[in-house]
Structure formats: structure tokens, C-alpha cells
Design a protein around this ligand. Structure first.
Ligand code: 5GP
Ligand code: MN
Length: 336
């Protein structure tokens, strides 16, 4: 274990630091990681962000992006950095399985591991923890970690602020989820004061679709949306062939599930997609409905109450059938 005083003492000297985050990084994963990265390099540390896999193009504008190492494309360099690191920051995940093969290297590393995260049920692999499930984003926790624990608020410059803003923006579904508290808005106001250009970041993230993505979205809504009115549930499911037909890239499927949830009566929405080696589910819910419970119980996954995910090795049709077969168990909650 590591207490705050020892962590601060360690950080008082330049250190070799690795920052890593969950596979298929989203806006909060990259925003929190690069926010912390841009802060640490100003303090003179040799920091590197290692993403377990690639991530969508709409996140590539973030300051420091060109320095990110993608593990699957640079395994040797990543392994060396992990082996030589004095501190490894683990951001927006709390189970080593969420970083794929990188998890074994991080688990075996002698570095101090600092977990900053807002997911339920953390695994015990860390030495220092900044963990709060009520936070709307890990980027919110990174902000608090800098302000309240590490200090040097003045290093929250435009680069740091822009990344953290992006993390909060995306994980709070544009400040719409119930965990977007007044405190979150105060933090966001501070980030704008520090140089984050809110409207520009929104454009970079949400108004940067490819034509393919928009046509794919249209196809999903016109042909692949199934409503189950008796369960206030909507499902969109797409096969490998659909993905190939529209030349869909990493990130192009992100957010499509929200269109299913935008129907007035719908309380639970699922986006089910056949990937190369598995079927992936993304669930979203409104209000109290625990979407993460379904993911955890039936699809080897988890996440937050209103946004969760999981996977299965069964076929697409089998997964869709299994998902539908689970709904009666939750009928009471769904039709409230
Ligand atoms: P998405 O639907 O955007 O892929 O994921 C939404 C949220 O669900 C993520 O922020 C993450 O917290 C969680 N999640 C997605 N996939 C998995 C998974 O396979 N396992 C776990 N434990 N959580 C997941
Ligand atoms: Mn997050």
C-alpha cells in the first residue's frame, strides 16, 4: 500500500510513469488519461499513456494524442515501459481483465499502481486508490485528485482542461445523466476558465461523423431496430456483414444505442453487434433500471446502472434470443 504522503514524495522527483486505461478506450478513458498525462509532464515526469487497443478518430484531437502508445501495435515498447515504470496509473477501469494482455504485465510489474476509477466492485491490485462510484466520469476524479490530493492547480492548463472536459462531457452523456451534479457543473466551469473551449470540443467529438457512419446509423434505425413494447425495451442488432457493408470503423457504432433509448416509452435499450471473435452488447437505461445487473449476470460484463456492456461467445441470433428471454425477469421494473 501507498499513502498520500508517500505518493506525493515519490512525485516530488521526476519518475517514469505509465498511464493506462480500459480496452477500446472511450472519451472518458482517453480524456482522463491524457488530462493526467498533460499535468504530469509539466511536473517533469517521463509519462506515457498506453492504450490496450486503438480508439475512435473523434478522440484523436486531444493534446498528447500523438504520444499515445497502442499496446496491440507496439507490444515490445509497451512491455518495456510497464516493466521500467515506478508508478502505473490505472484510469477508468478497476479490473486487470479490462486491459487485455496488458493486465498480466501491469499485474506483474513492481511499480506502484494508482487506481482512479468510478466503476463498481474494484479488484484488489492497486496500492493507492481514488475511487468513487458517484463520480460521473474518471476525468472528474482526476480533477479532484489534482486539486485536493496532489496540488498544483495552476498546472491545469488548456491542454489538461480540454482533455478532462472531454471525459466529463462524454461519460455524462453531455451532462444529461443523473450523476451530473451541481459539483460537476462547477468543475466544468473551472475547466472552461482554464481554457477548455466547450463548444469546440463538442464539435470535435459529436460533429465529426464520417458519411459511412451516418448511413450506417440510418440503416440501423430503418432496418435493425426492434421495439418490444410489452417490456419498454428496444434492441438494435447488427451482424459482421452489416459492419462490412458500411465499412464501419472503431467508434462508428458508439452512441447508436442512445437513439433506441430516445423513444419516449423505452426504459432499456440494447445495441448488440457481432464482432470478429465475439458478440458485444451495449446497454443503456433510464432512471433506476440497473442495466449493469443484466450485463454482469448474463454477459460477463458490468458497468454503470445506466450505461453498461458485456459480451458472449454465442452467435448473434442466440445472444439476441437470450437477451429477450431475460426481459420477463425484469418486467416489473421495466413497466413501472
Ligand atoms: P459501452 O456500451 O460504451 O461499450 O460501455 C458502457 C460502459 O459499460 C463502459 O463505460 C463500461 O463501464 C461498461 N462496460 C462495457 N463493456 C464492459 C465489459 O465487457 N465488462 C465490464 N465490466 N464493463 C463493461
Ligand atoms: Mn468512465
Amino acid at each position: 500500500m501507498l499513502d498520500l504522503a508517500s505518493l506525493k514524495e515519490l512525485l516530488a522527483q521526476p519518475q517514469k510513469i505509465v498511464i493506462t486505461t480500459h480496452h477500446k478506450p472511450d472519451g472518458d478513458a482517453m480524456g482522463s488519461s491524457l488530462g493526467l498525462y498533460n499535468y504530469l509532464v509539466q511536473l517533469g515526469h517521463h509519462a506515457k499513456v498506453i492504450a490496450p487497443t486503438d480508439y475512435p478518430d473523434f478522440l484523436s484531437w486531444m493534446p498528447g494524442n500523438e504520444e499515445v502508445i497502442i499496446y496491440t501495435e507496439n507490444t515490445e515498447e509497451a512491455a518495456l515501459l510497464v516493466a521500467e515504470a515506478a508508478i502505473i496509473f490505472c484510469l477508468d477501469f478497476n479490473h486487470l481483465s479490462r486491459i487485455n494482455q496488458l493486465g498480466e504485465l501491469v499485474g506483474a510489474s513492481k511499480a506502484y499502481k494508482v487506481m482512479i476509477d468510478h466503476h463498481l466492485e474494484p479488484q484488489d491490485f492497486d496500492d493507492y486508490r481514488c475511487w468513487n462510484i458517484n463520480a460521473c466520469a474518471t476525468a472528474q476524479l482526476v480533477y479532484g485528485f489534482i486539486i485536493n490530493e496532489l496540488g498544483y492547480k495552476e498546472y491545469i492548463n488548456k491542454d489538461v482542461a480540454s482533455c478532462l472536459y472531454a471525459g466529463i462531457l462524454t461519460d455524462s452523456a453531455s451532462f444529461r445523466l443523473p450523476n451530473t451534479t451541481a459539483e460537476v457543473h462547477r468543475i466544468v466551469a473551472d475547466l472552461i476558465d482554464a481554457g477548455a473551449v466547450n463548444w469546440r470540443i463538442h464539435d470535435l467529438i459529436y460533429n465529426s461523423s464520417s458519411e459511412n457512419r451516418l448511413r450506417f446509423l440510418g440503416y440501423c434505425l430503418a432496418n435493425k431496430l426492434e421495439i418490444l413494447p410489452e417490456y419498454n425495451t428496444a434492441i438494435i442488432y447488427v451482424s459482421k456483414a452489416d459492419i462490412q457493408q458500411f465499412n464501419v470503423n472503431t467508434g462508428d457504432t458508439e452512441g447508436i444505442v442512445n437513439y433506441a433509448l430516445s423513444i419516449a416509452s423505452i426504459r432499456l435499450a440494447a445495441f448488440i453487434v457481432e464482432r470478429k471473435d465475439m458478440v458485444k452488447l451495449s446497454l443503456r437505461s433510464k432512471g433506476e433500471f440497473p442495466a449493469n445487473e443484466i450485463c454482469k449476470k448474463y454477459f460477463s460484463g458490468g458497468g454503470h446502472r445506466n450505461a453498461s456492456g458485456g459480451q458472449s461467445n454465442k452467435s448473434l441470433d442466440e445472444v439476441v434470443a437470450e437477451f429477450k428471454s431475460i426481459l420477463p425477469e425484469y418486467k416489473k421494473l421495466l413497466i413501472q
